[in-house]
Design a protein around this ligand. Structure first.
Ligand SMILES: [Fe+2]
Length: 326
């Protein structure tokens, strides 16, 4: 009990230092080149090396090179949008749909929220591609709907992260961190709903099929923090995919590393303590998130991500791990 209280106090007021930044980047690179370095105690990953390589690449992707190497980043992104298994009638072949997806990507590229950046969309999109390959025939899925919903699902947070993200305000408010958390939690509660509004507003500029818009809207609501809307949206298979890929990304090495990188790049050290608390809350929510997964494949990927994030943290930022229990 005493230890838990100490931990809580530390999380509110202490921003741990001593991360082995360069070493952790180098290790990520090594792991991408040799996926066998990943911890794979889960039998199905041992069977297929291709599958394992894909999972390691997704789990560790931070898009760190997006500013330095714009060209390779753009190529990477384009490759993501068009799925080779998408059928001839798939909405992804519609120029209007592609324009709409790219508009969502553009919003996310400008995101000021360290936890919801373009790399989050990239990782979610890649996991969704795997699911599309598995389920596309059985469930008659449309890749354009999935890609659009992923590109837009955090648009509200990216566009309007709330004034507590403002560096000038965040600094004095660190004295009363609870206020920052309440503000962020309140805005997070309506994130998906606000993303729907932004999305619907944007669709007025495009010629789109009504059913397509409805399905994307449902996909966005599958990430809602309102239990009822989320559960309803997940009755639909698109909802199941979008909800699962979003939940799986919470516990990736890429998500944690990218958020630290965003803080560093934007010189917003004041946000570090908030990020620590977010990690702590996610730690508490682990079991709930796991119980919310809808697809069979997601359970093993969830364990795989958590296991690897845990060992990565132990190696490169043990102080963080000890205090915020990543
Ligand atoms: Fe998300």
């Amino acid at each position: 009990m005493k230890r838990q209280i100490k931990k809580l106090i530390a999380v509110f007021y202490y921003a741990p230092r001593g991360r082995k930044l360069r070493e952790s980047w180098a290790y990520i690179q090594k792991m991408q080149e040799d996926p066998a370095l990943a911890h794979t105690k889960f039998a199905q990953f041992k069977k297929s090396q291709d599958n394992l390589k894909e999972l390691v690449e997704i789990m560790t992707e931070t898009l760190k090179d997006r500013v330095i190497n714009r060209k390779s980043y753009d190529d990477k992104l384009k490759k993501l949008l068009f799925h080779p298994m998408a059928g001839p009638n798939d909405s992804i072949h519609d120029a209007e749909v592609r324009k709409l997806i790219l508009r969502g990507v553009e919003i996310m590229e400008g995101s000021k929220d360290p936890l919801h950046d373009i790399s989050h969309i990239y990782r979610c999109m890649r996991t969704a591609r795997m699911y599309f390959s598995i389920y596309r025939l059985k469930e008659k899925l449309d890749w354009g709907i999935i890609a659009t919903a992923i590109a837009w699902h955090d648009s509200s947070r990216a566009k309007n992260p709330g004034f507590f993200y403002d560096a000038k305000l965040l600094k004095p408010l660190q004295i009363i961190p609870f206020m920052v958390d309440v503000s962020v939690i309140l805005s997070a509660r309506v994130d998906a709903e606000n993303s729907v509004k932004l999305f619907l507003n944007e669709t007025h500029n495009y010629k789109l099929d009504t059913l397509f818009i409805e399905q994307v809207e449902n996909g966005l609501l599958a990430t809602s923090n309102h239990r009822k809307s989320r559960a309803e949206a997940r009755d639909n298979f698109y909802g199941k995919i979008i909800s699962d890929v979003d939940l799986l990304d919470i516990y990736t090495i890429g998500r944690v590393e990218a958020s630290w990188l965003n803080i560093k790049e934007n010189n917003r050290r004041t946000a570090q303590k908030y990020i620590n608390r977010s990690f702590l809350i996610n730690g508490f929510m682990k079991q709930k998130h796991k119980a919310n997964l809808a697809l069979d494949e997601s359970l093993s990927i969830f364990e795989f991500n958590i296991h690897n994030l845990d060992s990565h943290a132990k190696m490169f930022y043990p102080k963080h791990q000890e205090i915020i229990g990543l």
